[in-house]
Write a protein of this length. Structure first.
Ligand code: F6P
Length: 343
């Protein structure tokens, strides 16, 4: 078979490990040929691709980013998009199947295309870890590692100045990055979109720690909504897809803390650092296993399905299971972390 690979949506470390694994498994086990579509769905729609062989993917697992490039193009919103055009393009360029590596938006597009007859399978990707039907997505562990290191650094400078330190992390509308990196860094408060908290309570946690001579660390997810607010702060306009660009809550919490407690407070918004650099070993292994499983799905003809992690097993799940809402942080996990807030 001749198989096309594409990476779509926000990039993250691990994408290249998926690409390498799929190509190597496909070549060695099935004598498949590969092409790489540039810039996500756009490359498929516009037939913008290049041949991929084992020589093109050797050693790329450790490299962050994606050798294919990515975009937030939606397969049905592009002027030449839609299943008929995509099927025609695949036939014209002798592509038998597509492996789409992406997050919620990408996989929703893949599911719709599969329902419309396009031979496509998915691989779940996002640093947010907000996809259902898989315990983890690759990219998440690397983001946690980066954020934790950053918070460790914030703590030493905060301690030196006896300041409160706020760290804003990514994650869109779920708090997994904040929860895991906050716990790893020993944060004194972790603010996530799933749980509204008042500024009074945040001030109380902060003052409890500060009054003991320590430097409070407050980790806030970009999608956190403080009590009294209607929605997450999104003062940076909208993305191409029309999604509001989240961000700014860290500065807002910082200003509130200083004003209400008088404690000198500084904010650091980690931003795209969480998506950069090389993947952790965990993410390289997970991504490699996802890429290999995706190849098996192609040869099973399991269109509209994706690789999924359950425990330590890589399974096949229907994309609709991954798209039935966001995987939010359950109350039990928040309550567990909250025991360590403040004192
Ligand atoms: O979905 C991954 C993610 O990094 C989110 O956590 C973040 O809000 C968004 O992408 C940023 O998107 P962009 O890279 O388009 O600014």
């Amino acid at each position: 078979m001749r198989i096309g690979l594409l990476t779509s949506g926000g990039d993250c470390p691990g994408l290249n490990a998926v690409i390498r694994a799929a190509v190597l498994h496909g070549e060695k086990s099935f004598a498949d040929e590969f092409v790489g579509f540039r810039g996500g769905w756009r490359g498929l729609i516009e037939a913008d691709y290049f041949p991929l062989s084992r020589h093109d993917v050797r050693g790329i697992s450790r490299n962050g980013g994606t050798i294919l490039g990515t975009s937030r193009t939606h397969p049905y919103n592009h002027p030449q998009g839609g299943p008929e055009n995509i099927i025609a393009t695949m036939k014209a360029h002798d592509v038998d199947a597509v492996i789409a590596i992406g997050g919620e938006g990408t996989l929703a597009g893949a599911k719709r295309l599969a329902d419309d007859g396009v031979p496509v399978v998915g691989v779940p990707k996002t640093i947010d870890n907000d996809l259902k039907a898989t315990d983890y997505t690759f990219g998440f562990d690397t983001a946690i590692s980066i954020a934790t290191d950053a918070m460790d650094r914030l703590r030493t400078t905060g301690e030196s100045h006896h300041r409160a330190m706020v760290a804003e992390v990514m994650g869109r509308h779920v708090g997994w990055i904040a929860l895991h990196s906050g716990m790893a860094a020993g944060a004194h408060a972790i603010l996530i979109p799933e749980q509204r908290v008042s500024m009074d309570q945040i001030c109380e946690w902060t003052e409890q720690v500060h009054s003991r001579g320590r430097s409070p660390l407050i980790v806030v997810a970009e999608g956190f909504i403080p009590e009294g607010a209607e929605e997450a702060l999104a003062g940076k306009g909208v993305e191409d897809s029309g999604r509001p660009r989240l961000g700014g809550i860290g500065e807002w919490v910082t200003a509130q803390l200083e004003e209400r407690t008088g404690i000198e407070t500084r904010n650091t918004t980690l931003g795209h650092i969480q998506r950069g650099g090389n993947p952790t070993g965990y993410d390289r292994v997970l991504a490699t296993r996802f890429g290999m499983r995706a190849m098996d799905l192609v040869h099973e003809g399991a269109w509209g399905h994706m690789a999924s992690l359950r425990g330590t097993e890589i399974l096949k799940v229907n994309l609709e299971e991954a798209l039935d809402g966001l995987k939010e942080v359950p109350l039990s996990r928040y309550e567990e972390a909250k025991i360590l807030f403040g004192r």
